[in-house]
Design a protein around this ligand. Structure first.
Ligand SMILES: O=P(O)(O)OC[C@H]1O[C@](O)(CO)[C@@H](O)[C@@H]1O
Length: 384
């Protein structure tokens, strides 16, 4: 497959499936089933027993890539009002302050990831409360056995990043057991239903003019995406979107959160990647060759993808809307995706699901196989 845009690849289900040999769309479509299966898995693993030792001082989630994001989703769903800090560690080291009063949750879909295993082992040595989530019959499962950690087995949907809900729901169930967040069963079920709705709207057989994800993917192709969230919930979805653009579409992306992005990333609207370049507005001279090159490519430039939440701070909403207007004034294309539902879990799930489809359709439209990540594999191989 060549990495060149061909919109006909998105025309019908047959074309889409031919360009998705690893079945990434099927994996994304399994999200609702993952919510339900993981809820059962958490109950069967005995997550309810966490309540016996009361609330931890902090919840530390260890994981990287598609598994590390489970910690961010947990923190976003618990929200700023959470009684204890929820913190994600993406590396080999457990912070010095973490100890026996804290709950460490290690998440690894494969159960083999070096960073996650290192942190899990360190947490066991320090006598932390432990919960591990990931593949059964894996090094992580063995470590759970040896360290008497609560272990929730997860069946991979194919790739760690497409198993997001299988990996995240056990954490949400644990947090609710510890009374850190209110997520009744009915909300887990309405979240699953919402994920099914998004999957239906974005299904491969739905044509680009009615399929929001295909339409956004085609608009985005060739542009440089800035993905912003207008709340902590939406910003977590924005970060996930950037990672999915990287891994599924092998595409660069920058993510940000409003209001912070309005204090730095917004400056890029006047720069090299502004559509067609804008020497007059930016202060660059007419013979600045960067801007001349950009002016010769007026079709492609920055693309601001704004993930809008239902619950936005009024001043952040005003800043985000003003930033979008400022972007449009400078020729930057602005696309919005709006959260659906009321509960934070529903809202983050709806944003992530919609954006996940965009990233897979972008890959397909560009002739890129969404599933394998050869550069990640090669990087791993180079250091082992
Ligand atoms: O969930 P795991 O198996 O720990 O993997 C974490 C991350 O590592 C990778 O497998 C690649 O290094 C990613 O695909 C994944 O997101």
């Amino acid at each position: 497959m060549s990495a060149a845009l061909d919109p006909s690849r998105l025309e019908d289900a047959e074309a889409v499936e031919a360009a998705d040999p690893g079945g990434m769309l099927r994996q994304v479509a399994s999200s609702a089933a993952q919510v339900r299966e993981a809820q059962r898995a958490a109950a069967e693993a005995g997550v309810a027993a966490l309540a016996e030792d009361g609330r931890p001082r902090a919840v530390v989630v260890a994981g990287v890539g598609g598994s590390g994001i489970a910690g961010d989703v947990l923190a976003a769903v618990c929200g700023a009002g959470c009684a204890v800090p929820v913190f994600t560690v993406r590396g080999h080291r457990l912070p010095g302050w973490v100890g026996a009063a804290d709950l460490v949750i290690a998440v690894s879909c494969s159960g083999t990831t070096a960073e996650t295993l290192d942190v899990a082992a360190e947490a066991a040595r320090r006598g932390c409360r432990l919960m591990f989530v990931g593949a059964p019959e894996s090094p992580l499962a063995d470590l759970a056995d040896r360290s008497r950690a609560l272990f929730v087995p997860v069946r991979s949907a194919g790739q760690p990043r497409s198993t997001l809900w299988g990996l995240t729901v056990p954490l949400v169930v644990a947090a609710r057991t510890l009374r850190l967040v209110d997520v009744p069963d009915a909300v887990l079920e309405s979240t699953a239903t919402l994920l099914e709705d998004v999957a239906h709207r974005c299904r491969p057989s739905s044509e680009p003019f009615v399929n929001p994800a295909k339409r956004i993917a085609l608009d985005l192709a060739g542009d440089v995406p800035l993905v912003w969230g207008t709340s902590p919930i939406a910003a977590t979805a924005a970060y996930r979107t950037a990672c999915q653009l990287n891994e599924n579409a092998k595409y660069p992306a920058v993510s940000g959160e409003m209001p912070e992005a309005g204090h730095n990333q917004v400056a890029a609207f006047d720069g090299f990647f502004a559509r067609g370049g804008s020497p007059a507005d930016s202060g660059a001279s007419d013979d600045d060759h960067f801007f001349r090159d950009r002016a010769e490519d007026p079709e492609h430039g920055l693309h601001l993808l704004v993930l809008r939440d239902v619950d936005e701070h009024p001043r952040v909403r005003a800043r985000a809307e003003a930033a979008a207007a400022l972007a449009r004034d400078r020729g930057v294309v602005v696309t919005e995706i709006r959260a659906e539902g009321e509960h934070p879990l529903e809202r983050i799930a709806s944003l992530i699901a919609s954006a996940d489809y965009v990233t897979v359709y972008l890959a397909i439209a560009l002739g890129v196989d969404p599933t394998p990540v050869p550069a990640i594999d090669e990087l791993k191989a180079r250091i082992t």
